[in-house]
Write a protein that binds this ligand. Structure first.
Ligand SMILES: [Zn+2]
Length: 286
């Protein structure tokens, strides 16, 4: 997971452009009539956004009357939306641009409304409220807050991810010598309690530990194959050294707690894995 760069321009201009592009209709006239309200609320959004206190924004019953008009602005066929989507993407580093940073598993094929569009239709095209996301994560993100007002998900525009390790994977061999992985979150390295609790909630609500577990075997077989073929030329220590170097580059590119990096680290740091791979090599030789 990496933090994303925020849309740097005036958000209200996107709203105004989307209204401007609408065909003349009752709906367009209604949207023009509430432009001053939207203007005020976009300023309020920005204030809370830059304080990272979006949870303080209250749902406004006023906009519920205009909900369908506002929702009509958000349309993937609409030029304003495609432009904003393209703009947000281009701001990001190429290596993570097309991957959902909420999970780092799937492609970012949708935009998530950070404050849900049902409760906050006024921010439906606000680019600071739109976060590139996969459809799976998006489907789990139907509310933003717990009933007691506590945030449920990381906002990766704003919540700085710690560099300490918090994601771990445990592995074991089953009776057929197949490897099984189990991801878990641990705060061994003194990460601030508040951000760690938010990380836990984010992982839980998006089912990330299970989703990572399901993908781990496919990544693992690639790793194992490359280790086994490397052993034709190099010693296991040399191969592990090389993997270690790659991990540290990957952590810079994809985030310190990227699930693939965590998996590789767990393997090369565990004696039982070295033994397993040596045995496997012997068996293939025999
Ligand atoms: Zn995702």
């Amino acid at each position: 997971m990496k933090n994303l760069i925020v849309y740097p321009h005036n958000s209200l201009d996107v709203h105004l452009a989307a209204v401007g592009r609408k065909k003349t209709s009752d709906s367009k006239r209604k949207l023009i009539s509430i432009e001053n309200n939207v203007r005020t609320d976009y300023s309020e959004y920005d204030l809370h956004f830059y304080d990272n206190k979006l949870e303080y924004l209250q749902k406004k019953p006023f906009y519920q009357i205009f909900k369908s008009d506002l929702q009509s602005l958000y349309d993937y066929q609409n030029k304003t939306i495609t432009e904003v989507k393209g703009h947000i993407e281009k701001l990001q580093v190429r290596t993570i641009r097309n991957t959902c940073q909420n999970c780092t598993i799937n492609s970012a094929n949708t935009l998530d409304h950070i404050l849900p569009q049902g409760d906050f239709p006024e921010y439906i095209v606000n680019p600071k409220n739109l976060f590139p996301c996969c459809s799976q994560c998006n489907s789990y993100k139907n509310k933003y807050l717990e009933a007691n007002g506590v945030k449920l998900f990381l906002n990766l525009y704003l919540d700085n991810l710690p560099e300490e390790q918090y994601l771990f994977v445990h592995f074991d061999f089953d009776e057929n010598d197949e490897i099984d992985f189990n991801y878990r979150l641990e705060n061994y390295y003194g990460i601030d309690d508040k951000i760690f609790a938010l990380i836990e909630s984010h992982y839980e609500k998006l089912h990330l530990l299970e989703r990572m577990r399901l993908r781990a075997n496919e990544v693992y077989s690639e790793i194992e194959n490359s280790i086994l073929s490397g052993l034709n030329k190099l010693s296991l220590e040399m191969i592990f050294e090389e993997i270690k170097e790659n991990i540290s580059n990957d952590q810079k590119a994809y985030g310190f707690n990227h699930w693939k990096c965590v998996l590789k680290l767990a393997l090369i740091n565990d004696m039982k894995y070295s033994e397993y791979i040596e045995e496997k090599k012997e068996r293939t030789r025999a």
